[in-house]
Design a protein around this ligand. Structure first.
Ligand SMILES: Cc1cc2nc3c(=O)[nH]c(=O)nc-3n(C[C@H](O)[C@H](O)[C@H](O)COP(=O)(O)OP(=O)(O)OC[C@H]3O[C@@H](n4cnc5c(N)ncnc54)[C@H](O)[C@@H]3O)c2cc1C
Length: 314
């Protein structure tokens, strides 16, 4: 089986998800090819050095310095045509979901999104995927050739020993009309906070309901010496500043303690915190997906337990 993996990187820094895709491809057996699109050959070479692939298929062009949808789509579509892989793997990331839909449409291949596991029985793949924000797991038989978009953290990538795959250049005509162009990278106002450095985090979810109850979480955070953070709805509602958002479109954290109250555990939130050493979840719904990830959990009303915990900590 031939597997083509789309490698995501920012300025040559390979995304964790790309290594996870390669590990998943390896677990399925067959030939693993990594598609690297970058601004120049030096960046391609540096990335290729890190990848556990049999071949690196590379497109080097100044247009690819930043993620430009039409250019990246053209590269992936052409790589699929040239290499004719049985399976294409992409990360469930902003660029990954953008590209996957485009190449599925262009190639007519079937696609499964939100994948957490892939099993192979000969030429038949069974893909497990999360639906309804992780509340249900779907099992899909995917006819090959197919496309799978894999959730971050679905598989642990091994420690990287460095790759030695040969690099094969793919010549792509990138004079396509770029209806979307990259203007600049805007980093969120950091508010002086760097959540990635926090050893302890207390994270509140939509159940907070507003800023009037925020002091309950803040008091506990003070007792724990923790930073306060929020899920996306909390940030979107303006209850906490954007620099305190954890998740796919926020910050990715790995603290020693991640205590979360009123957060359901949607895949996009898990993406930002699932590698925390100790995850403790307070949620009133015993079916909340977070209980499948948390090391400890309490089915409870957070508004009772937060102050009780603060009091216990003296
Ligand atoms: C492209 C994209 C990017 C995204 N990026 C992010 C991201 O970076 N970060 C992020 O968090 N989300 C992100 N999301 C949104 C994500 O899908 C979820 O919608 C979001 O994480 C849900 O936030 P929540 O858990 O706070 O709210 P909900 O899903 O509404 O969960 C609230 C939880 O509180 C519980 N609850 C209710 N009352 C109480 C109570 N009294 N005591 C205890 N528990 C209670 C409920 O049982 C429920 O489980 C993204 C979505 C998309 C599509």
């Amino acid at each position: 089986m031939g597997i083509l993996v789309q490698i995501e990187h920012v300025d040559g820094q390979v995304a964790d998800g790309a290594h996870e895709l390669l590990a998943m491809a390896r677990s399925l057996g067959g030939t693993v090819e990594a598609l690297v699109c970058a601004k120049d050959a030096t960046t391609v070479a540096a990335i290729a050095d890190e990848l556990d692939a049999d071949t690196v298929v590379a497109v080097a062009d100044a247009v690819l310095a930043d993620y430009v949808p039409a250019a990246y789509l053209t590269c992936l579509a052409q790589a699929m045509e040239d290499r004719a892989p049985d399976l294409v793997l992409l990360s469930y990331s902003t660029a990954g979901i953008d590209l996957a839909g485009g190449v599925a449409l262009k190639s007519g291949r079937e696609m499964v999104c939100y994948a957490t596991a892939i099993e192979r029985d000969g030429a038949v793949l069974t893909v497990k995927s999360q639906v309804y924000s992780g509340k249900l797991t779907a099992s899909t038989t995917l006819p090959l050739p197919g496309i799978v978009v894999v959730m971050p953290g679905a598989i642990k990538a091994p420690e990287r020993a460095g790759g030695s795959a040969p690099v094969e250049e793919l010549v792509v005509d990138l004079s396509v009309s770029q209806s979307i162009r990259h203007v600049e990278n805007l980093l969120p106002d950091s508010d002086g906070i760097d959540l990635t450095k926090a050893e302890r985090i207390v994270c509140v979810g939509r159940a907070l309901g507003g800023t009037d109850k925020l002091p309950l979480a803040e008091a506990l955070a003070v007792k724990l010496g923790a930073e306060i953070a929020g899920s996306r709805p909390v940030i979107d509602a303006g209850w906490l500043p954007r620099a305190r958002q954890v998740g796919k479109s926020g910050t990715k954290v790995k603290p020693k303690l991640y205590l979360m109250a009123g957060v359901s555990g949607a895949p996009e939130h898990l993406e930002g915190m699932q590698d925390s050493d100790l995850i403790i979840a307070l949620n009133s719904d015993e079916q909340a997906p977070i209980f499948r990830k948390a090391h400890y959990g309490a089915v409870c009303d957070m508004f009772e337990v937060l102050p009780a915990l603060t009091e216990k900590l003296g």
